[in-house]
Design a protein around this ligand. Sequence first.
Ligand SMILES: C[S@@+](CC[C@H](N)C(=O)[O-])C[C@H]1O[C@@H](n2cnc3c(N)ncnc32)[C@H](O)[C@@H]1O
Length: 275
Amino acid sequence: MEKKDYKKEFCALMNRFAFRYSKWQIWNDFLSLSAISVANVMPVPEKEEREKLYLSIISSYQKEDQEVFPKMLELVVLALEENPEQDFLGSMYHHLGLHQEQKGQFFTPYHICHFMSELQFAGDEKEEQLKEKGYISVNDPACGADAMLIAFANVAKKHDINYQKQVLFVAQDIDRTAAMMCYIQLSLLGCPAIVIIGDSLMKPFLHPDNEAWYTPFFFLNRWRFMPGQEEREPSDHMEAGCNENVADATSSLLWDMELTEGADGQLMLSMEQVS
Ligand SMILES: C[S@@+](CC[C@H](N)C(=O)[O-])C[C@H]1O[C@@H](n2cnc3c(N)ncnc32)[C@H](O)[C@@H]1O
């Protein structure tokens, strides 16, 4: 059977809009619509506001154009399903010439990310952490479309770690477009992840000025990353929701992260350096 070229099909769909909208607008609208569709499956406080944004974006397109966005998302799903070992959106972003050089948006080739992730698994540290806490955590503070964390998930799987339950992913980027690509891909791969839009040097992590997007698998599993919550049913946590105004912290791949929930339901991300 002939192998499908998802990148070619994706470009062909983008070209259907040609001459009516800019590539940049289509790309960003596609990302916003897709990210909102995924995020609004969960009971987030921002649900209504995001729904309004969704409607305002989609209503700016004609009916035949509106139908193209779900088809684009379908291709991303199929491409990642066929080969999860890739940064599909990151490579499309580069291929379409949309990356912003002034922000240093040169995404790392996937095989380098894979190699770097393998290095993280050298030694017994991850195994010990897993035994002690039941999960490991990983952070990319300049995530781009997130080739790095996609590779980390795949390498964790290779090391018999169920990344959909046993890894807490935290990603941050100053650029909304990059963060949206990251959010969509980590969501589709089933990673429990927090994707933050904000400056990781000036306002790292869940700084009150930052915008945070939680993947569906984060909602299903967040109790696993909270000490003393092992007995709680996942559904309790889904009802509790997440609060956007939460504490700040800084991190790198060498930091160990833990979630705590304040009496008011606010989430806090605490960290500790792995020695
Ligand atoms: C070289 S790309 C790396 C992306 C990804 N980690 C990879 O390896 O493919 C750098 C990313 O950092 C982001 N960035 C630049 N300055 C930043 C800052 N102060 N805080 C957060 N992200 C930043 C850019 O928007 C860009 O997406």
